[in-house]
Each structure stands twice: as C-alpha cells, then as structure tokens.
Design a protein around this ligand. Structure first.
Ligand SMILES: C[S@@+](CC[C@H](N)C(=O)[O-])C[C@H]1O[C@@H](n2cnc3c(N)ncnc32)[C@H](O)[C@@H]1O
Length: 706
C-alpha cells in the first residue's frame, strides 16, 4: 500500500465512511496469483482439508472372493467425507497403483450440473439467489477437487465432466487448484444432434476438462476408425489382384528431391530420379507388390487402409453416442453416460491394475468399464438408488463395452457405508475395533497414554481422548461425577481439554461440555456430536431424492448417524386391470425415526419417504433365500406416489415367489420388506421371472421410442 493510499484509508475510517470492495485487493493483495475467482464463502485450501470430517467406512457386504487383499470399493456416503477417509488409506500405503505409485491413477467425475434452481420471488431476488446458488455450487465442487488432488497419484490425472453453464468458473477453479500449467485439454463431447425447432444455436455438447497432477501423466494413444467418407475420398484405389485384392489404398510420393539427407539418385523402371529410399528397399517393395505406377510410369508407394490404426482422436469427440433407449447398457438411471465414453478415458489415462476413482458414480458407468478394462476401482455415491443400480450392474456385467458379449463375473468388491452406520453391527465388533472406530469417527489420533493413573486412548486438538468402555461397565453412565473423578486423578496435567467418546445413551448430561476447574470436558456423542464446536460446521443429514429430477442434485452431508429403520404400514393386493392382473402396494403410513438436528418440526405422515425400490423376484431361482442380493427392478419416487394416492402398481405376472420392497427415507434409512406372492393373493409363480421382466422392459423401451 502506498503512503497516499494508507492516508486515504485512514481518512475514510475516521469519517466512518463505507470501505468499497476495491480496498480488499489493496489490503490483501493476491500473493502468488495475478488473478483469482472471488466469491462469498470461499474457504482456504488448508481449512478445507483440516475441517473435513473423515467418516470411517463400515463394510456392509462383499460380493465374490478373490483371496487377495484388494477389493474394489463401492461406498455409500457424501464423497467429501469419504475422500478424507480415503486420504488416510493413501497415507497408510493402502491405495497403490500397478506400478507401486501411491494414490489413485485416474479420476473421472460427472457431478450434478447445478441446473435446477427453484426459487420464488421477484426477478431481482431470483437473479441474486441464482448467484448465491452458483457460488455455493462452485465452492461445493472446489472443496471436492482439493481432496481429489490430494488423492491422486503424482502421475495421475482427472477428467471433470461438465455442461456449458458452469464450465468457465470451474476452469478457473481447476487452474487454481492444479495450476494453469497442469491443464491438458478441454474435450468437447458432442452428445446429441441439433433439434430442428431450436430458437438459438442448439446446445449439443458437454465439456470435459482434463488436468494432470504433475507434469508426468499416462497417455496411451487411442485410435478412431476412419469414416467411410474419409476413406472414399483419400483411398481411391482398389487392389485388383494378389492377396490384398479388394482392399482400398492411396498412393504416396517416393521422390526424395529436396530431402535433407539428399535422397538416393538412381534409375527405376527407366526413370531417373532422386528417390526417398535406397534401391534395395525399392526392390523389396516391388517384390511385396507395394508399388503403384502413375500413367507416366513413376513409382509411388501404396498405403492400405487396413494397415492403418485409425485416426488419433482430437479434443472434439463426435464419434461417441449417448446411451439410447434400446441400449443393452441402459440402466434407466437419469444422466447415465455411455460406456464407450469411459472406455476412451480409462484406456487413455490408466494402465492395467491401476486404481480408477469416480466420486459421483451414479449408475456406475466408470466402475463397469474399469472392471472390463482390468483396472481396480472405487465408486462413491450418496444416493441409495445409485448404490442399488451399481450393485445390479456389477452383478449382471457383460464383457464387451456397451454391455454385450459373454457374462463377466466381476472381481470381488465390497459395499461400504460411510456416515450412516449400522449400530448393531458396530456393537458386534470386538472392543478394540469399536475403540478404533470411535477414534476415527472424531478424527482422533490413536495414541494410548496415561495421566495420573487414568488411561486415555488418543489425542485430539492437543487434548486427551478417552473412549468410554460402556461394555465393560454395563449400566454405568458418564455423569458429572465421572468427570470429577477423572479430574481428581489427573488434575490439570491433562491440559485444557479432555474428550470422552461414548454412545449417546451412555451420557447422563445434555451439555456439549462441562468445565471442571480449568479443564473443559467435552462429550463426543455417538452418533451426534459437537461437530459444530470441533469443525465449525453444523450436522447435515444425507438427503435422498423424492423425484427423478432431484437425482441429479448436489447433496451435502456433514457428520454421521446410525441407521434407523423407518416405521411403515401398507396394504397389498391384486386386482383386475383390463385383461391383466395387477399387484399393488398402498402406503398407509411412513415415519422416519431418524433424529435430525436440522429441524425439530415433527415430519408429517409420508413426508420423509424418498422412494420405493422393488425386486419382483427376490433371490431369483433360489427363492427361499432370505439373504439374497437385492436385484433392483423398478423404482417409484415419493413425488409420483403422492400423485397416485400413495399407491404403486405392477403387472402381477412379474412376481416371483417373493418380492423384496425397500422403502427408503430421505436420510437414506431403509425399511426392507420381504413379501411372499401369497400375500398379494397370488399363487407363487415358480418360473424364473427375470426373463419375463427383461422382455417386458424391452418392449416398454420400444414403445417409448416409437
Ligand atoms: C450426473 S450423476 C453421475 C452419472 C454417472 N456418470 C453415470 O454414468 O451414471 C451425479 C451423481 O452424483 C451423486 N452425488 C451428488 N452429490 C454427491 C455427493 N456429495 N457425494 C456423492 N455423490 C453425490 C448423485 O447421487 C448422482 O448419482
């Protein structure tokens, strides 16, 4: 700041005048960058990493076995918190690529595009709110990109898939996070054709921004077959004899006049020239029938189309099509991308055995293609629908891109919950694992130590942490007396803060902390805790969509919770509709038991229902199985159910012996109901129904496209 400027500022302050935003740059000049994206609520990178909670991964089940340590991972939870946990794995040397480099080799993300903005009020207010929503989206993404950069291997790279609305902001954010020099490409993907009724230039493309973490990155060249027009135009000759009869070729110059090395002067077939190759090579070409003679008798070399690998793709991709309604790969998941798009990305930027991460996994396209290309994978999504769709996809995989060809058994993969835990399962853990889980949950260091004869388990923010053994001392609760006893023994040697972690029901007081002498004793309650105090954030529960549009919304969760089965009541039956029997389920009541801090208002009946997912033939042929794999057939969103008087219906012929219905609340809790066909008043149908279902679905798709 110049002396004049400081004088001017002092005068403004003394006069009590408003300080205009331009002063910000003078007072706090950007140190390293010449320009940056400024918006309200932009956090420092260091704070993003430090303030993000790591949520431990709780294994739900493993599909398949391979006898090796690595299992591919499908994780249900908010990706920001999950990535912080994955970062711990990277630090512990548990995320390693085929060549031994730590971290993930390739990240592809296709996040929600922040397009749906639902505001009421005047135009001005709307424009203002749109900007806020825009800045929130940018920061939502920026926080995740910072963690993704940390997770990447040093020679890894990231593809960020976006539409045109936010790409200019995100390019700047990526430049800030990775460095402008790490920008590799902006790929334009032409995803659709123009509609003839457009009133503006039709928007037909998405953009993918490609960045590397360091200068070194993997780039395996790919080739695109030449188009028929290109071949017809450039490869005009057709071989008439020999083993290459019928093949197209072009003719290329063999004259070397002006070549830097001087070329080879000799006579060939009566024509003296300076040729590109020595006479011996010319003779070999002749023997191999590779020479073409112009009408003047000058030799040229034949170039066959069949010998060419194809054209290396440019940054304009118009040869990859979106998933169409008839496609074998179609999962009926809104915003599903095509396998061929991911094939190009994964094949180019990773090698066999490398780790590929998709933190917005959706229907699991990245994971399916990674599996087919023999890569290892990690997929994260915060939607139950996405998780069940991916589970189904991985268990019905076909070897070829586009989901064609022979069945492909995926390598072992495990499903994890992160941030929404099954308490009964945790309770079954041996004490040492529970203790470790509790420490991890609050981001504490596992550092057992004793002070004044009191055993502590770890440390947090410079204070000691005790994981209260509620099992050893059944019926004993943490009350003020407990704190006084600790204080008497340990005194002020513990420093200023002590943290006690225990299940919420083990505490006998409500406050977040209690002061004893000059020591503050904090209660780390499981599931709820003082995350506001520790992380400057409020608890936010995961949100599940209640209509199809919302599947592509950004979702944020902070903190963790335990699964609480919603309570519900429903009626089922069968009725005749036209010539067919129709099964129905009518939801009479649905309440969530989840105690969500954000609102104290009691939710109305069915207000917390997000969706109902059905597997018409649970257990498949093995219909007695109670522990089978849920194979998602159809999803009904609460929004549509509300319009249908809370009733869903389906052709009765789809029912196998048993149906599995999963009622999901907006926080991601499930009520699973195994319903035998008899309950619908139907004879159990012993046939394998999947085939019937697949057939119906196909014919439905054809109707849609007509
Ligand atoms: C555009 S879709 C991805 C589609 C995917 N590329 C495919 O081919 O199916 C975006 C996904 O991001 C998920 N999502 C949104 N916010 C998230 C968050 N904070 N953590 C994890 N997933 C999130 C949504 O549930 C949705 O499935």
């Amino acid at each position: 700041m110049t002396p004049e400027q400081s004088q001017q500022l002092i005068q403004l302050l003394q006069a009590g005048e408003e300080i205009s935003p331009e002063w910000a740059r003078i007072l706090f000049p950007p140190e390293k960058r010449e320009y940056e994206l400024v918006y309200h609520g932009k956090e420092r990178e260091e704070d993003i990493i430090a303030n993000t909670l790591a949520v431990p991964l709780q294994k739900v089940r493993t599909f398949g076995r391979n006898g090796v340590e690595w299992h591919n991972r499908l994780i249900f939870g908010d990706n920001l918190q999950v990535m912080k946990s994955l970062l711990e794995l990277k630090k512990a040397g548990k995320l390693v690529n085929a060549d031994g480099t730590p971290g993930v080799r390739l990240v592809y993300i296709d996040p929600p595009f922040a397009t749906k903005q639902d505001f009421q009020g005047s135009q001005d207010q709307k424009a203002y709110q749109d900007k806020i929503a825009g800045a929130q989206f940018v920061e939502f993404m920026r926080r995740r990109l910072v963690l993704l950069r940390e997770l990447l291997a040093d020679n890894g790279c990231i593809y960020f898939h976006l539409d045109v609305k936010k790409i200019h902001y995100m390019k700047i954010v990526l430049d800030e996070i990775f460095g402008e020099s790490r920008f590799i490409n902006e790929i334009i993907w032409k995803r659709t054709s123009a509609h003839s009724d457009s009133t503006t230039f039709a928007n037909v493309h998405d953009a993918l921004l490609l960045y590397s973490k360091s200068g070194a990155f993997i780039f395996n060249p790919q080739f695109v077959p030449y188009t028929e027009e290109y071949i017809a135009e450039r490869y005009k000759h057709i071989e008439t004899t020999g083993r290459r009869k019928g093949q197209r070729f072009s003719d290329d110059n063999l004259i070397g006049t002006g070549l830097r090395g001087g070329g080879y002067p000799y006579e060939w077939k009566g024509i003296f020239k300076t040729w590109r190759c020595p006479i011996e090579t010319m003779q070999r070409y002749e023997q191999e029938d590779k020479l073409y003679y112009t009408k003047n008798g000058v030799a040229r070399i034949k170039r066959y189309v069949d010998d060419l690998l194809g054209l290396p793709p440019s940054d304009m991709w118009s040869d990859i099509f979106p998933v169409n309604s008839q496609a074998e790969e179609r999962m009926d998941y809104p915003t599903q991308k095509s396998e061929s798009l991911l094939q190009r990305i994964i094949a180019t930027s990773s090698n066999n055995g490398d780790i590929v991460l998709d933190a917005f996994a959706g229907s699991g396209t990245t994971l399916a293609v990674a599996e087919k290309l023999n890569r290892r994978w990690i997929g994260i999504d915060c939607g139950k629908l996405a998780i069940y769709t991916i589970q189904k996809r991985m268990l019905n995989l076909k070897a070829k891109i586009g989901n064609k060809g022979a069945a492909l058994k995926p390598k072992a993969f495990s499903l994890y919950n992160a941030g929404l835990y099954d308490f009964s399962k945790l309770n079954e853990l041996p004490w040492e694992s529970w203790r470790f889980f509790a420490l991890e949950l609050f981001g504490c260091r596992d550092e057992p130590h004793s002070i004044g004869g009191i055993r502590f388990d770890g440390t947090l923010k410079g204070g000691s942490v005790m994981v209260f053994n509620h099992r050893e001392r059944e019926g004993v609760r943490v009350d003020e007396q407990t704190l006084h006893s600790i204080h008497e023994a340990a005194g002020s040697r513990v420093g200023l803060r002590v943290f006690i972690a225990a299940p919420a029901m083990s505490f006998d007081f409500q406050q977040d902390y209690i002061d004893v002498g000059d020591v503050r004793y904090y209660a780390l309650r499981i599931p709820y805790s003082i995350i506001h105090e520790l992380h400057q954030r409020e608890f936010m529960a995961l949100k599940q969509p209640a209509d199809e549009m919302a599947v592509n919304d950004t979702v944020e969760a902070v903190g963790f919770d335990f699964i609480k089965r919603p309570t519900l009541d429903y009626k089922i039956g069968t009725r005749q509709k036209d010539l067919f029997a129709e099964g129905y389920i009518r939801i009479e009541s649905f309440y969530s038991d989840a105690v969500v801090r954000e609102t104290l208002r009691k939710k109305e009946n069915r207000e917390t229902l997000s969706m109902v997912m059905l597997d018409y033939c649970y257990g498949g042929a093995d219909a007695d199985s109670e522990t089978g794999v849920f194979d998602l057939d159809e999803v009904f969103y609460a929004h549509d159910l509300a319009n249908a008087d809370w009733e869903l219906s389906f052709p009765a012929e789809l029912l196998g012996q048993k149906m599995m219905a999963i009622f999901v609340d907006i926080y991601g809790n499930e009520a699973r109901e195994l319903i035998p066909a008899e309950k619908f008043g139907l004879e159990p149908n012993l046939k394998e129904k999947k085939a019937v279902y697949a057939k119906r679905k196909k014919s439905k798709k054809s109707e849609e496209t007509l």
